[in-house]
Design a protein around this ligand. Structure first.
Ligand code: CP3
Length: 372
């Protein structure tokens, strides 16, 4: 196993993860490294967001970007959600698109439409003009992480995150969300040198951004490749895997495990595994056991509840939670999560129930396993 070092710059003195009594933080980090735990760690993609009244209250007073850029507000939103849900890890409140601004692309979030990039990339000249030397401008994310870490200590894991090169490139080229990714794929196929330049510039910026987050105290970095499922396996291998692997390895070299997550990835899992990420995040369509089989035994797995089952009656929801845990079968290296983000309107009390059930059921399974 890789010797995960705690960097001297990191504020980890007070957060030494002792092995006898597991804290949420150590339980989460140990599972990322496939070490045994007392019960399955749990957190949720998009655990802070519009389904939470506390978030809505902050959001009434501030725009999304204002919250992201204010370390005090971003920390508050992160802490409130993680405390209210009693999860094992907090993910810093930020957004995938933030690194676009220091690279020279302005964007806004438009109500109901998601992000809109004002002048999307169209040519090699546009890509050549992108800046990679202003990542320091994103320091507000690291400052927010410092506040969350100071609040939670070792009691919860701290997750920093960034977008993956393909998913960010798709926003930069399409100018927003997309159905068929035509402009992105057109550029990828017709000007591979420009595409490679874009991917490499993104790796440079994202590595520096991840480094700031790790130095501020992030225990783990999650790389979101949300839209990678738009690619065939052949195109993923040819145009995306090499640079994504470079990013994963450079982040791991900072001394933290990496979680690599994408949506609609059933066919891509073996290739995604080749990035060397410590944990692969499954999307909700892939059964946990089938996903793990496709990945082999060399990595940890995160998932895999359909986030929409959080709207189901209690009995159905509990059955689904049990099914995921049964499929994990007590194997070291399972992190319970939803297989894509929690959506607005989700009943908060159902999310809280899932946390309680994951602890109860997995602890019971672990004690039965140890009595065998
Ligand atoms: O606790 C958390 O996980 C919240 C922090 C967070 C946000 N965005 C805040 C946010 C995280 C981890 C993200 C990542 C993100 N951003 C992704 C990857 C995750 C995924 O779901 O695949 C993506 C694709 C984006 C880009 C983005 N940001 C879109 C497409 C949208 C609009 C979608 C929508 O539901 O309206 C956003 C806006 C956004 N980012 C919101 C939040 C809480 C909701 C909008 C708001 O508060 O106004």
């Amino acid at each position: 196993m890789k010797p995960y070092i705690h960097l001297p710059t990191r504020n980890t003195e007070s957060r030494v993860f002792a092995s006898e009594t597991l804290t949420g933080g150590s339980r989460f980090v140990r599972a990322c490294l496939r070490q045994p735990v007392d019960c399955t760690p749990v957190w949720f993609l998009r655990q802070a967001g519009r389904y939470m009244p506390e978030y809505q209250a902050v959001r009434r007073e501030h725009s999304l970007v204002e919250i992201c850029k204010s370390p005090a507000l971003a920390a508050e939103v992160t802490i409130t959600a993680a405390e209210k849900l009693d999860v094992d890890a907090a993910i810093i409140f930020a957004d995938l698109l933030l690194p676009l601004e220091p690279m020279g692309l302005e964007f806004t979030f438009q109500a109901g439409e998601g992000p809109v990039v004002h002048r999307p990339l169209r040519s090699a000249t546009d890509i050549a003009a992108l800046r990679t030397d202003r990542t320091a401008d994103l320091g507000y994310v690291a400052q927010a992480i410092e506040r969350v870490v100071a609040h939670f200590g070792a009691s919860k894991g701290m997750i920093g995150f960034c977008g993956a090169p393909f998913t960010l490139a798709s926003y930069m080229i399409e100018g927003g969300g997309s159905r068929n990714y035509i402009a992105t794929k057109k550029l990828m196929y017709s000007d591979p040198a420009a595409w490679q330049m874009l991917m490499e510039k993104l790796v440079t910026v994202l590595t520096a951004f991840a480094q700031q987050q790790v130095e501020a105290g992030a225990d783990v970095i999650q790389i979101f490749d949300s839209w990678v499922g738009a690619l065939s396996v052949t195109d993923y291998r040819e145009y995306v895997l090499p640079t994504t692997k470079m990013l994963v390895q450079q982040v791991q070299a900072l001394g933290v495990p990496v979680i690599y997550f994408g949506v609609d990835t059933a066919m891509l899992l073996p290739a995604m595994r080749e990035t060397g990420a410590d944990v692969i995040g499954l999307d909700w369509r892939t059964p946990l056991d089938a996903g793990w089989r496709a990945l082999g035994n060399g990595c940890a797995v995160q998932g895999n509840l359909d986030p929409i089952t959080l709207f189901a009656p209690e009995t159905v929801l509990r059955k689904r939670v049990e099914e995921v845990l049964r499929q994990a079968n007590g194997r070291a290296g399972h992190i319970f999560n939803v297989g894509h983000g929690i959506v607005p309107e989700t009943p908060v009390e159902n999310v809280q129930r899932v946390v309680r059930w994951v602890r109860e059921i997995s602890a019971e399974m672990a004690s039965q396993g140890s009595q065998k």
